[in-house]
Design a protein around this ligand. Structure first.
Ligand code: SF4
Length: 325
């Protein structure tokens, strides 16, 4: 059994209607942010969820942690359907599911010392004695390379650099030894040099803690450090999912090819075919019929305009939603 099982997940946000719309009896419109997403994550596996802004990846991350309520579908973590938990059950279950935020400054209380911030989840879930908690926090600070840990314990967020603050956020997310972690653009706000250090830290922690993680990013290049498999999202749907090797070496969906072609090639001798999709991402209130990518796809055929392609296995577990296959 997979640690995380997501089935046909949907989130439709109602669009606010004006008074005039209501009087005229105009129908309620919805932003279909996530529209039938399914995937599994095995224990100890990191799945990268990649897509441009507006693809629905962040909404998916929030749905699988039940930070927002789903419209339809199901999310099971370690066999528990989290959409069915009542408030108290969910509160207790939260120690097993954690989020690494994008912006550490916004997610840390500026008046709370670093040690207290990392200890907070232990206090909330009543894990260990006060002495144990302090020891666990010091060990965790050391593990995320905030050394000497007793020095960092006493500091405030404003006394730390951006990279150090993100290490605190990671420490706080892992302190309860969660079964599942969502990292949402966890390194997006950091400088390039700091970003690679943080990605290396996440890769090390993945091994040490046998982390099961959903790693959400708009930047496909960052997935190579931590991800075992990658799912590519476009306009509320997964269009391709496969191992890291399959997606990088043999992408099938035209949109995945476009994302891969945008990843910088460090070796200047290697020529890469550039593929830039035409136009803008369509409006998710009224997505195109058939394949949602068809208005931007240079390979679109007539069938693409009317029939929605299903995710199909094209070999060795690589799944693609495209009429070319
Ligand atoms: Fe392009 Fe058609 Fe494939 Fe969609 S289904 S990606 S439009 S070829």
């Amino acid at each position: 059994m997979a640690m995380v099982e997501v089935k046909d997940l949907k989130k439709y946000f109602p669009v606010r209607r004006t008074f005039i719309d209501a009087i005229l009896g105009k129908p309620q419109l919805y932003v279909k942010a996530v529209d039938g997403v399914s995937f599994d994550i095995e224990e100890g596996e990191v799945l990268g969820l990649v897509g441009e802004s507006g693809s629905g990846k962040t909404t998916t991350g929030r749905l699988v942690l039940r930070l927002i309520e789903l419209t339809d579908g199901s999310v099971k973590i370690d066999g528990k359907d989290i959409s069915k938990l009542d408030v108290e059950e969910l509160r207790r279950f939260r120690r097993h599911i954690q989020l690494i935020f994008q912006d550490p400054m916004a997610s840390l209380n500026p008046y709370m010392r670093i040690g207290d911030a990392v200890k907070h989840p232990l206090d909330i879930h009543n894990i260990g004695s006060p002495k144990d908690r302090k020891r666990m926090v010091l060990e965790m600070l050391e593990r995320v390379n905030l050394t000497p840990p007793d020095e960092f314990y006493k500091r405030y967020p404003k006394e730390l650099s951006g990279g150090q603050r993100q290490r605190v956020v990671i420490a706080r997310a892992l302190i309860t030894k969660p079964k599942f972690v969502v990292a949402d653009e966890a390194v997006a706000m950091l400088d390039v040099s700091i970003r690679s250090q943080l990605l290396k830290l996440l890769a090390d922690l993945k091994k040490d803690f046998n982390l099961t993680m959903l790693f959400i990013t708009h930047d496909l290049a960052t997935t190579k450090y931590v991800c075992d498999r990658i799912a590519v999202m476009y306009l509320g749907k997964i269009v391709e999912i496969g191992s890291f090797e399959q997606i990088y070496r043999s992408p099938k969906h035209p949109y995945t090819k476009a994302l891969i072609s945008a990843v910088p090639e460090p070796d200047p001798k290697k020529k890469k075919e550039k593929f830039i999709p035409q136009g803008e991402v369509p409006n998710p209130i009224n997505p195109p019929p058939g394949c949602r990518f068809h208005p931007r796809c240079p390979f679109a055929k007539d069938i693409c305009k009317t029939k929605e392609p299903e995710l199909k296995d094209v070999g060795d577990g690589q799944m693609v939603a495209c009429h070319l296959y």
